[in-house]
Design a protein around this ligand. Structure first.
Ligand code: SF4
Length: 73
């Protein structure tokens, strides 16, 4: 089964840190510039809900969740 895949746009990220607080296993912040670091681009099922929530709360829309193709293509 295909897993949803995450991507982050560090050009858009404003370093608000909401993602790292919401899903610390999936996102972190760069200690140098405070911008998002993607720890796990294909989080396991147990982490997907929080990853999805993090994408929703990001104030700059820097997190994209590419949902798996239901047909597996
Ligand atoms: S919540 Fe969005 S703006 Fe804030 S650190 Fe994460 S990706 Fe960047």
């Amino acid at each position: 089964m295909n897993a949803p895949r995450l991507s982050v746009d560090r050009q858009r990220c404003i370093g608000a840190g909401m993602c790292a607080m919401t899903a610390p296993d999936v996102f972190d912040q760069d200690p140098d510039d405070g911008l998002v670091l993607l720890l796990d681009a294909e989080p396991p099922a147990a982490r997907r809900a929080s990853a999805r929530t993090a994408a929703g709360v990001c104030p700059s829309g820097a997190i994209t969740l590419h949902e798996a193709d239901p047909l597996g293509h």
